[in-house]
Design a protein around this ligand. Structure first.
Ligand code: ADP
Ligand code: ZN
Ligand code: ZN
Length: 710
């Protein structure tokens, strides 16, 4: 029998190629089947979407080419997976083909059936292996009352759960128990249950992976836990993907990309640190993995409900000590169930806030004298300190005081950062790197000097400032640095973390990287030394992010109850009266959130209104804005145009990167539905605008729905 499967292939968002292409096949192909099909002169990977037995209208038999082959041994991608990618494509205004194919491991496109068979066999063999012989079954700690209560509430919950647990309250243990419960459940229609655990950056939290492996490998075998993130090789990614797709892996631990993993038995999704901006993709389809997690759990639950089995569902847990205002608001409205775990495990207290008013400190002090003294005391007691500064390198600018030359990047509207260790000027936006000039390139003055401070400099200065202090062993303190530069080499992050855990290092200076998830035992003092910029940024989410960062960083201190009584969070600021600090002082996230949400309501900002950005990159700023303005004028008469506010086009804060000029236009509506329908109608118009004479010089354009930075 001849059929005409419609097949989804990777088409760029706005290529004009329709969503699916028709082919011919002598076999009836189930929707979701992975196939190879000819496209132009190439053969590409595709997903069967539908398989009608009648030729599509207006298509002669001669026009359709044959499906080249199916990927043998792979079960079709199920209906829920297809619904997920379809929704993501529509919601984020990208083509279905782009989203669907980007969600599959790249290596799947390259393997023939023999190679694929070999990979599949390797997978199942790995799974059949018993857990390592010497892996003693892990003993579970007894739950704290709060954990037990949260788990009981989870069990009864039908809405998405917002697990609002202080740092160190034992959220991970709750995830582990919830996972165990799901994995223990009986298979449904022969499909074993699976759990998806998402984390912002997997490399920063090796402990989480270790805890899941340690807990579940002895129970479910060595192949039961797999990772999925962009740091893996194509071969590793394929292996994990196959394991998840075939049900061999029971737990997938991954970053935002893992939201698209094919998991036929999915029963639980955990989104740890759900407020983290890295869940939002900043390229291609700009999806929010957290929001998709909520959607995915909902459609999985609906499908399970339709099997008629009582009580089966797919649950979603969003966990954070500082939830996003979107999730917080959803809980306020009762759409999510909020479960609070305010107490730290072991009864430890959260660090006390010490604000340093920089107006009253000696001029030019990097570290205020009282903070320095406090650090010295900690070190003398064998305790450790973390110093947080969100700026890599030695100094953000190098300048000549004679002629005013500054280390601008020739390709960007930004300064190149001075890195003293390798004596380079590096652009953090385009990567352009040069050796530091010996003299001012403009006037020849030999005295060019760094302006401002980065982590390299603070590391250097702290070592000097603390030289007089002594460790327990009588030696001078050791200061180390951890940021994207120091951890670039493979394995270096692990080495640095180990040095901190072993107590070899007394003070760790670093970027936000050091504030995330680590379970450090001997840190009793955390200091944020340059936080004011975030208080006055034009970005309305900046205070929220600063609050989360400081709470997270503070969460690294005093994790050992015995020491926690004296643990402190120091913040150096020029505006100690800022209300953010009042809430931080009492660790009162609910108060802070309520105040921020009230502000947003007045301003009509998310979650009270919906936003999107139209972004344009072009050879000139004029061309970028001309495209945006044309797009706006062409929107007249589109559905819901009256419910939409189109703001004037503006250059981005860093307007030029790698010689490309960037501009954007904010699109706002009080109604998410209206915004969605308007955007879908606008898409084809935007595509046409691209080829208009006004848009000459346009490099690319994109729509960002629910943007994080506007
Ligand atoms: P969070 O993720 O909420 O910051 P963690 O899950 O990392 O907190 O827990 C903090 C520490 O407490 C960890 O070292 C963990 O092993 C420990 N812990 C968690 N739950 C318990 C428990 N019920 N009994 C004893 N220790 C626990
Ligand atoms: Zn000069
Ligand atoms: Zn640059």
């Amino acid at each position: 029998m001849t059929c005409w499967p419609s097949v989804i292939v990777a088409t760029p968002a706005h290529s004009g190629v329709s969503a699916s292409l028709s082919y011919r096949s002598e076999l009836l192909l189930a929707p979701g089947t992975l196939v190879r099909v000819p496209l132009g002169r190439r053969e590409v990977l595709g997903v069967v979407w539908d398989c009608p037995t009648e030729p599509p209208e207006g298509l002669t038999e001669a026009q359709t080419r044959d499906v080249a082959g199916t990927l043998d041994g792979l079960p079709p991608l199920n209906a829920r997976w297809r619904q997920l990618v379809k929704f993501a494509g529509q919601y984020y205004q990208r083509s279905l083909g782009e989203v669907a194919l980007a969600a599959l491991p790249p290596q799947l496109r390259e393997l023939d059936n023999t190679q694929l068979a070999r990979r599949l066999k390797r997978r199942t063999q790995a799974a059949a292996q018993p857990a390592e012989a010497n892996a003693a079954p892990h003993t579970e700690p007894e739950l704290s009352p709060e954990q037990a209560e949260a788990l009981a509430a989870l069990d009864a919950a039908s809405a998405p759960v917002l697990l609002f647990g202080a740092t160190g309250s034992g959220k991970t243990e709750v995830y582990l128990r919830a996972t165990l419960q799901v994995l223990d459940a009986a298979p449904i229609d022969g499909v074993a249950s699976q759990v998806l655990v998402m984390v912002p950056e997997i490399n920063l939290t090796p402990q989480l992976e270790a805890r899941f492996r340690e807990r579940f490998e002895p129970l479910y075998g060595a192949g039961a836990v797999v990772c999925l993130h962009s740091g893996m090789t194509p071969a590793q990614r394929l292996a994990s993907w196959l394991a998840a797709h075939t049900g061999v892996a029971r737990i997938v631990l991954g970053t935002r990309m893992a939201i698209f993993a094919s998991m036929p038995g999915l029963r639980l999704i955990v989104v740890d640190e759900e407020h983290d901006p890295s869940y939002k993709s900043q390229e291609g389809a700009r999806y929010s993995a957290r929001d998709l997690a909520v959607y995915r759990a909902k459609i999985e639950t609906e499908a399970l409900a339709s099997t008629g089995k009582a009580g089966v569902r797919c649950q979603v847990i969003l966990g954070s000590a500082t939830p996003s205002l979107e999730s917080w608001h959803a809980a306020d409205q009762g759409r999510y169930l909020r479960l609070a775990m305010p107490a730290r495990i072991g009864g430890g207290s959260l660090p006390r806030l010490r604000l340093v008013d920089m107006n009253h400190q000696p001029k030019g002090a990097v570290i205020a004298p009282p903070l320095l003294a406090a650090m010295g005391e900690r070190i003398a007691r064998g305790e450790q300190c973390l110093v947080l500064l969100n700026r890599r390198g030695y100094a953000p600018v190098l300048a000549c005081h004679d002629c005013g030359w500054k280390s601008s990047c020739p390709h960007c509207s930004a300064y190149r950062v001075f890195h003293k260790l390798d004596r380079t000027l590096r652009c953090h936006h385009c990567g352009f790197t040069e050796r530091v000039p010996r003299a001012c390139p403009d006037c020849g003055n030999l005295d060019i000097a760094p302006v401002g401070r980065g982590t390299e400099q603070v590391e250097e200065q702290l070592a000097a400032l603390l030289a007089g202090a002594r460790r327990l062993d009588g030696n001078p303190p050791r200061v180390a640095r951890m940021d994207a530069d120091s951890t670039r080499l493979k394995g270096s992050l692990e080495t640095q973390l180990a040095a901190l855990h072993s107590g070899e290092v007394d003070v760790l200076v670093g970027t936000q990287m050091i504030a995330k998830g680590h379970d450090f035992r001997r840190i009793t003092l955390v200091a944020g030394i340059n936080v004011d910029a975030a208080l006055f940024a034009s970005d309305h989410r900046a205070p929220e992010r600063l609050f989360a960062l400081l709470m997270q960083a503070g969460g690294r201190a005093g994790r050992d109850a015995a020491q926690s009584a004296g643990s402190e969070m120091w913040v150096q600021t020029w505006t100690p009266q800022h209300p953010l600090f009042a809430a931080l002082k009492t660790h009162d996230f609910p108060a802070f959130a309520a105040e921020q949400i009230a502000e947003r309501e007045i301003a009509g900002m998310p979650p009270f209104g919906a936003q999107a950005l139209l972004r344009a990159d072009a050879r000139s700023q004029a061309a970028a804005q001309a495209f945006l303005n044309l797009a706006a004028s062409q929107a007249t008469g589109l559905p819901h145009r009256d419910d939409i506010t189109l703001y004037p086009s503006v250059p981005l804060t860093i307007q030029r990167v790698a010689n490309v000029e960037r501009a954007q236009m904010l699109v706002e509506s009080a109604s998410r539905g209206a915004l969605q329908r308007f955007l879908s109608a606008w898409g084809p118009v935007l595509h046409d605008c691209r080829s208009a004479p006004e848009a000459k010089g346009l490099v690319r354009w994109a729509v960002d729905v629910d943007p994080l930075v506007v």
